[in-house]
Write a protein of this length. Sequence first.
Length: 81
Amino acid sequence: MAYEAKPGSFSLFKNDKKESDNHPDYKGDGKDLDGNGIWVSAWLKDGKNGKFMSCSFKLKDSKPAVKAAPVEEDFSDTIPF
């Protein structure tokens, strides 16, 4: 049986295929608080207070937002009373 992440949790694994500094040092997946699947990335960084991880996540099923066409309303001066 495969591991299934619980909402609000994720797993990270060392990225053995890192080809540039833009690629994450660690990557993995999990679920956000609503139970949606997410991809997680982490980079090891050096800061003034020592080493830390900078992390990001994005939805697995993220699709570009489609803006609805503006609705044209008729504001003519004809009032029926």
